[in-house]
Design a protein around this ligand. Structure first.
Ligand SMILES: [Zn+2]
Length: 413
């Protein structure tokens, strides 16, 4: 017996019918449409031999008690961005549901390990700018004081929006209780990027989520008149910035999955009749390997100093934000690879650029792995987000196969 991917597709379409409009999915966390999606999902649990409840951070847990207390957790998120896609998050929850149904349907007694399905609260952070809300409360990495007074675009406070949905921000830390007996976490998600489509592959094993180093890099020269200042006498702050913008390509391309982006360049005074006196840039660097990330940062910094010297300018760096890479569990990566080979005849390993709830679960020390299914044109967070139906069915089968392997792995621990 295998999980029913056709039924998953039917449910995904039913959810889309219920919670999307002409602009796309509208299941923004802490809104009525999101609550409607969650009630719809609750209705699918009727008559099944499961317990379900919402934890202190609003994560929805469905538990099928096994012979062992040790749990296999499957999950993702039902919330979406405004005008979002039909698959981002919802696929992972409903595919996990298909696996749960398969285990219930085929077993005469309880399964060997307890299986839990989780719908994380507010993965997207679309309304209050706080991504991974529920999973970070679960992981114990949430910061209540800095989140309490966040407001949405209408001035509604996060604390008040939570209260309307039955969540008291002062108690979200109690969501860590759900970590009890957690032995492994699996999440299926759409890739949200173009790599698998380019390689003509349906599925990939996700090695982890990339770390990020994001810095403001400011070059200082001297403002001078564009007409009267000879070329040799200039201290043009745009020049070293321009050199750095090109230098980050060879810095990144030494590593197969690394990316470096200079996404913002501002010149001051910013008029064509003056040599640039100050150039403010921002640099974003990402990789799955902390050492690679650190060495790319060092190289970019040294290059910026060299270019500043060449152009008779000064440079300063200040960190805007950083997060460390979160590698997934080696044994589960192996099992996932086997599962993909069995159902699709081929497997591929790749890191995730975007963060996911799985990263928070892994940070909590729970063995974790994700699998990606191809996204058409790599587009997500948009109403045209899509994946081929046969790939969705294959992804459900792969998750199912991986769940079976992981249950056996948990039994051996
Ligand atoms: Zn997502």
């Amino acid at each position: 017996m295998q999980a029913n991917g056709i039924e998953t597709l039917r449910l995904l379409k039913e959810l889309r019918e219920l919670t999307a409009n002409a602009e796309g999915a509208q299941r923004v966390a802490w809104t009525d449409t999101w609550l409607q999606a969650r009630r719809w999902f609750e209705s699918k649990l009727e008559g099944l031999p499961v317990e379900h409840h919402y934890d202190a951070a609003g994560n929805h847990w469905v538990t099928l008690q096994g012979r062992s207390e040790k749990c296999l957790i499957l999950g993702s998120h039902l919330d979406s961005v405004p005008n979002g896609g039909w698959l981002d998050g919802a696929l992972g929850v409903l595919a996990g549901f298909a696996v749960l149904r398969r285990v219930i349907d085929e077993s005469v007694g309880p399964p060997p390990v307890t299986i839990r399905l989780v719908d994380w609260a507010d993965e997207e952070g679309a309304r209050f700018g706080r991504s991974l809300f529920g999973s970070s409360a679960f992981a114990g990495t949430a910061s209540i004081e800095s989140d309490r007074s966040r407001t949405d675009s209408h001035g509604v406070r996060l604390e008040d929006a939570l209260k309307k949905c039955g969540v008291d921000i002062d108690f979200i830390g109690e969501a860590t209780h759900e970590r009890r007996d957690a032995a492994a976490y699996l999440e299926l998600h759409i890739e949200q990027g173009p790599i698998l489509e380019r390689l003509a592959l349906p599925l990939a094993v996700v090695l982890g989520t990339k770390g990020v180093e994001r810095h403001a890099v400011t070059f200082r020269g001297e403002e001078a008149h564009s007409g009267s200042t000879p070329m040799g006498a200039r201290r043009d702050a745009l020049a070293p910035a321009a050199k750095l913008a090109l230098e980050i390509r060879p810095i990144a391309s030494k590593h197969p999955d690394a990316v470096c982006t200079m996404g913002s360049v501002k010149t001051f005074p910013g008029i064509v009749t003056a040599v640039v006196g100050r150039c403010e840039t921002a640099l974003d660097q990402r990789d799955l390997d902390a050492e690679v990330l650190a060495s790319m940062l060092k190289e970019a910094r040294e290059a910026s100093e060299r270019f500043a010297l060449e152009e008779n300018c000064a440079v300063e760096w200040s960190r805007i934000w950083s997060i460390e890479p979160v590698p997934f569990h080696p044994a589960l990566i192996e099992l996932c690879e086997q599962a993909l080979e069995e159902v699709a005849g081929v497997s591929y390993r790749m890191p995730s650029g975007p963060l996911h709830d799985a990263a928070e679960v892994a940070r909590a020390g729970i063995p974790t792995v994700m699998l990606f299914v191809q996204s058409l044109r790599g587009i997500s967070h948009n109403k045209i987000e899509n994946t081929k139906e046969d790939h969705i069915a294959l992804a459900v089968q792969a998750l199912d196969r991986l769940a079976t392997k992981t249950m056996a792995w948990i039994g051996r621990q």
